[in-house]
Design a protein around this ligand. Structure first.
Ligand SMILES: Nc1ncnc2c1ncn2[C@@H]1O[C@H](COP(=O)(O)OP(=O)(O)OP(=O)(O)O)[C@@H](O)[C@H]1O
Length: 244
C-alpha cells in the first residue's frame, strides 16, 4: 500500500506539486490522471525516492521514504518515464543485471525471468539484443526488469505511451494480473479512456493538486455528469490537454 500526504515540490517559481495526498490500496489499480504538466511524473518521482519533496510524507507498506529510502525501494517496482535499456545486452541480460543489483541469486533470477517472460509474452524476443527493439518490446523489457525482485507495489509512469492497440490490451491484462495477485498498482496517464478502462480508483490531478478522486461511477455522481469525459472536464475545470 502506498500513502501520500501533503506532498509539495517547487522548481524555482514553478509549483509542480502542491499538497498532493492520496492512498493506493493493495489489490487495486489506482490511476493518477491529469493533463500534460499536471504534476504526475514529479509526484511519482518523489514516491520512488528519485526526488526529495519540499515537504510531505510518502509511506510504502508503512515505511517512511524519508526515514528508510532503501526499504521503500525494495518494496517498489518502478517503470520510470525514461525506459533506458542497455542496448548491447539481450532482454534476458538486462533483466538479470537488475536481479543481481537487487542481490538475488541466479536460480531465483532464472525463475523470475521465466514467469515474467510468459506473463508479458516476450519469449520470442527475450534473447535478442535490445538494440532495435520496438517501443512495445522496450516497455515490456523495462517492466520485466522493474519486477524482477517480485515487489508488492508497482509504479508505472505512462505505461502504454507509444503502444499500439494490441500491446495496450496485453498491458491491461498484465496490470489486472498484478492486481489480482494482491499487489498495489499505481500508474499515471493523461488518457482518460485508459484510466477509465483499467482503474478501480482514479485520482485526478490538475495544476499540481488533487481535484477529485473515486471510482469512475463515484466521479460521475460527484460531478453530476452522466458521461465520464464530461465529469473529467468538470473536475479539471478546463478541456485543455485532456485528450490523447
Ligand atoms: N526538473 C524540473 N525543473 C523545472 N521544472 C520542472 C521539472 N520537472 C517538472 N517541472 C515542471 O513541473 C510541472 C509538472 O511537471 P510533470 O512532469 O510532473 O507533469 P506531468 O503531469 O507528468 O506531465 P506530462 O503528462 O506532460 O508528462 C511542469 O510545469 C513542469 O514543467
Amino acid at each position: 500500500m502506498i500513502v501520500v500526504r501533503d506532498l509539495h515540490k517547487a522548481f524555482g517559481k514553478v509549483t509542480a506539486v502542491d499538497d498532493v495526498g492520496f492512498r493506493a490500496a493493495d489489490g487495486r489499480i489506482t490511476g493518477l490522471l491529469g493533463p500534460n504538466g499536471a504534476g504526475k511524473t514529479t509526484t511519482l518521482r518523489m514516491l520512488y525516492t528519485l526526488m526529495r519533496p519540499d515537504r510531505g510524507q510518502v509511506l510504502v507498506d508503512g515505511i517512511d521514504a524519508a526515514v528508510d529510502p532503501t526499504g521503500v525501494r525494495r518494496r517498489l517496482g518502478v517503470l520510470p518515464d525514461a525506459r533506458g535499456l542497455y542496448k548491447r545486452l539481450t532482454g534476458r541480460e538486462n533483466i538479470r543485471y537488475f536481479g543481481r543489483l537487487h542481490g538475488l541469486d541466479e536460480a531465483t533470477i532464472d525463475a523470475r525471468i521465466a514467469v515474467l517472460a510468459k506473463a508479458l509474452e516476450m519469449d520470442d524476443i527475450i534473447d535478442r539484443r535490445t538494440e532495435g527493439f520496438s517501443q512495445g518490446q522496450r516497455v515490456k523489457t523495462a517492466i520485466a526488469r522493474a519486477l524482477v525482485h517480485d515487489p508488492r507495489n508497482v509504479i508505472l509512469d505512462e505505461p502504454t505511451n507509444g503502444l499500439d492497440v494490441m500491446a495496450t490490451r496485453a498491458m491491461r491484462r498484465f496490470l489486472h494480473q498484478l492486481r489480482d495477485e494482491g499487489r498495489c498498482v499505481l500508474f499515471s496517464s493523461h488518457i482518460m479512456q485508459e484510466v477509465a478502462a483499467l482503474c478501480d480508483h482514479i485520482v485526478i490531478i490538475a495544476r499540481g493538486r488533487v481535484v477529485a478522486e473515486g471510482s469512475a461511477d463515484e466521479l460521475r455522481a460527484m460531478t453530476g455528469e452522466a458521461n465520464l469525459e464530461d465529469a473529467f472536464v468538470k473536475a479539471i475545470g478546463t478541456e485543455e490537454g485532456l485528450m490523447a
